[in-house]
Design a protein around this ligand. Sequence first.
Ligand SMILES: *Cc1c(COP(=O)(O)O)cnc(C)c1O
Length: 378
Amino acid sequence: MMFKTPCYICEENLLENNLKLLDDVQKESGAKIILALKGFAMWSTFPLISKYLKGCTASGLNEARLAREEFCKHNPHAEVHTYSPAFSDGDIKEIAKISDHIVFNTPSQLSRHVGTVKEINPHASISLRINPEVSSSPKDIYNPCGVYSRLGTTLANFDEDILKYVDGLNFHALCEQNVNALEEVLVTFEKNFSKYFKDLKYINFGGGHHITKKGYDVQKLIKIIKKFKAKYAVEVYLEPGEAVGWETGYLVSTVLDVFKNGMWVAILDTSADAHMPDTLSMPYRADVRGSGEAGDKKYTYRLGGNTCLAGDIMGDYSFDEPLKIGDKIIFEDQIHYTFVKNTTFNGIKLPSLAILRKDGILEIVKEFGYEDYKERLS
Ligand SMILES: *Cc1c(COP(=O)(O)O)cnc(C)c1O
């Protein structure tokens, strides 16, 4: 198949497998699952996603607009949930028009904006994000419940005066975690906040549920949700991002040069910093198809990006055959939290977006060029 690199390729059948599993959870547990756009926003796949998921969760005006324009047109019953650590007076007016649920971070934000929201959209549901103050998030940068957290309202900061406005409570305390972590968070969340559940319509369990990862205990999740719904007579929402795009595709790049400086180095037409930023900020090592750890196979290379940042390095990988100019390097599982975070740092070209359709046709849904770089600057 001929296509220009760098290019992200999302495989439609893998995406649909994830969606079917998530739909099983919905059907068996009675929970509603919505897509967190933060982690996956390839809107050309929304015709497919909207067949399974009940809506989107947005983190501000732009994501809310994308959800309304591109998701709801395929599924008119889809819901738009919008949360932000803080809403500006201007944005909240636009957000109120296009959101079904608005989630406030603090009682002060809620009190400040609830009047405006109700005036513009009397049907909007109002929610408060809770900080349950427990989390076993693997990295501090992804832990919303760490010390001095900006995200959510702690028990000490809860203000009962806002309960009269509130239809639901949200928490988001997990990151790439199995169901036992959810169980742990629920113990504290229920202990501290269940006294407020009586008049609520829903509880939103946030994202970070690694439902589509092999080994996730889906049956236990279903059991927990059913029990929770029965105990408190509320709807339950989950809003995963990563679990939707998990292992649904890859980033294809091309070797542009190979040389030796103490060790063998290969320069690729992509960038760890601009195109796979989590490899540096998490940090983590992406799998490269057909490769091993440094030294495992006969030929070891440091794979690096095509920017002037010294640290723009994906890692050291070994191969059975020497790399040569023009070879394709495929980074696995680069669909969630990758192109949503892309930059044109150093003027590097953004990778194209493509979908490998179920019939085997590769459809390039977006190509980027000089204008995309230039238009962000002035
Ligand atoms: C990031 C985020 C999500 C999605 O998290 P995943 O780890 O991608 O499942 C859901 N809700 C909120 C509030 C978030 O910030």
